[in-house]
Design a protein around this ligand. Structure first.
Ligand code: G3P
Ligand code: CA
Ligand code: CA
Length: 289
């Protein structure tokens, strides 16, 4: 009885899926409860199987309306219209505001305390079609990859700290001098070419496949948070990167929103600068390990 109580206390203060796997042996993908150091309990999804498992879902970036330019639902850019007066937009990449639920992570934005609290080394990303139920995420996803370089060790252990060092803020730097890191990817579903093909031909011509890039800058000095699957070699990064600051000067506010300028040459057309319908209508799930 004593041992059981002790273990239960240990379990109730578990801070990551990695710890759940390593210390308690949980090995099934699905929803679990985690706790912060100060005792905030929250539910999230653990990927317990990919490449050794222990991946904690900390965020999802969901585009609810690509026609709404920095309006309601653009929590990873700005819900405040796209003005240079709010250069960081909602600031979600580097603040402790949380929103959404794990269960709805493909139907709305999600950010839990693990995003800023967990100390991690690598990230994994899944692209899952919008509105899929939790038990379908893995089978319905069309792209899954992770890093293995332990790059987060160089950025104080998570994306919250990385984006404190590299603010997602309009005017913070220039392209390409002030881009953040581009980290090589290991693909768990799909490959660098299929990933690249999710974006329009114009942007494919000025990006290198097989990387995840953090805090890219575009031609006009807008800051973008994450470029999924690419390393920019040019500067029109608003067509392949998600999340950003509060102002995108080119044709403002047309490039302002969680999926930035994915619709520049039409919604879901996959021509010119536009992204495919598949990637446009899928949530981006971000994991730590
Ligand atoms: O990001 C693309 C834009 O800067 C140029 O667009 O329509 O003149 O090719 P466009
Ligand atoms: Ca959103
Ligand atoms: Ca441009």
């Amino acid at each position: 009885q004593h041992l059981f109580t002790f273990n239960e206390q240990e379990y109730s203060s578990t801070s990551s899926c990695k710890e759940l796997k390593q210390r308690f042996g949980f090995s099934t993908d699905g929803l679990y409860y985690l706790s912060t150091a100060s005792g905030v309990v929250y539910q999230t999804y653990c990927d317990m199987t990919t490449a050794g498992g222990g991946w904690t879902l900390v965020a999802s970036v969901h585009e609810n309306n690509l026609y709404g330019k920095c309006t309601t639902g653009d929590r990873w850019s700005s819900q405040q219209g796209g003005s240079p007066n709010v250069p960081e937009g909602d600031g979600s990449w580097s603040n402790t505001v949380t929103f959404g639920t794990a269960e709805a992570a493909t139907s709305d934005d999600f950010k839990n305390p693990g995003y800023y609290e967990i100390t991690a080394e690598d990230v994994a990303v899944w692209h899952v079609p919008n509105n899929e139920r939790v038990d379908q995420w893995k089978v319905k996803s069309f792209l899954r990859y992770h890093t293995e370089t332990k790059f987060l060790n160089s950025y104080s252990g998570n994306l919250y700290n990385l984006f404190k060092l590299l603010p997602v803020k309009f005017g913070v730097g220039t392209c390409p001098a002030n881009h953040g890191p581009s980290v090589p990817l290991v693909y768990d579903l799909g490959d660098a070419t299929s990933n690249h093909n999710l974006y329009g031909p114009n942007i494919r011509a000025i990006t290198q496949p097989g990387f995840i890039t953090f805090r890219a800058i575009n031609t006009e000095g807008a800051a973008l948070a994450i470029c999924s699957g690419v390393k920019p070699t040019g500067c029109h990064n608003e067509h392949c990167c998600i999340g950003g600051g509060g102002h995108f000067p080119e044709a403002s506010p047309r490039q302002c929103g969680d999926f930035t300028g994915f619709d520049w040459d039409g919604y879901g057309t996959g021509v010119g600068w536009s992204a495919s319908k598949q990637v446009t209508e899928a949530a981006v799930l971000i994991f730590y390990r």
